[in-house]
Design a protein around this ligand. Sequence first.
Ligand SMILES: Nc1ncnc2c1ncn2[C@@H]1O[C@H](COP(=O)(O)OP(=O)(O)OP(=O)(O)O)[C@@H](O)[C@H]1O
Length: 255
Amino acid sequence: MASIHLNDVSVDFVLYQGSARSLKKTLLRSSTSGTLKHDAHHRITVKALSGISLKLEHGDRVGLIGGNGAGKTTLLRVLAGVYEPTGGRIRVDGRITPLFDLGLGLDVDASGYDNIRMRAAYFGIDSDEIERKMEDIAAFTELGDYLDLPVRTYSAGMTLRLAFAAATAVDPEILLMDEWIAVSDMQFLEKAQRRAESFVQRSSIMVVASHVEDVLKRLCNKALWLDHGTVMRFGAVDDVLAEYHSQQAGGLTPW
Ligand SMILES: Nc1ncnc2c1ncn2[C@@H]1O[C@H](COP(=O)(O)OP(=O)(O)OP(=O)(O)O)[C@@H](O)[C@H]1O
């Protein structure tokens, strides 16, 4: 069974080091999101996440909410293993599929087909299984003969089609998304959303950051509200959204 445990997790980014005092002062004055401060080496750091403790189990579909700079993307990247926490501990059991930064990990010198095979191999899927699925995946991309060519010959839209198809070829255990699928290619958008929706159904744990309430209510059973990198509330999606909106009405947090 997939699970995620975070214990007192923090992430600090070093924003600036050096001696230009006016820039430092400007940065410190203009802080609207993560908490800016000086560290022991006189560097300016931003605390993007602070003291996050959380347990997610099978069946949890969690929407991350919070204003700009609240820490949603940083948390997703910590869960994906892109960022190491600078404090605390994280334990993730289960195969993680991030549906963001999709182009990362594509080998531009390899063909579309080989990229799909490499992605599957990375996830430990045996080659017979992926060859059985290949026809479907190829049809989904609508890239035709381009799948035999190196990815560096693809347009941005074609690369996205390939990356999305490759990422969703293998059933997820833990699915991470930064905003619900939004692509500029309208014809592909509808297909991609349908595929992503069934992908969500098949996942054991799903975490999505979104500003769109409709998406949160449709996909999630829980919500985690972040503010300045800390957890304000974690619970049933309707309860957390209601509380979030009542705070917002009080003018405390921008949506
Ligand atoms: N690579 C980075 N280097 C420095 N600071 C960063 C970096 N990534 C994020 N931050 C800072 O960390 C804080 C949290 O950012 P994050 O992107 O996680 O917020 P968010 O909730 O996803 O915001 P949004 O809804 O605007 O996308 C912000 O103050 C941001 O400026």
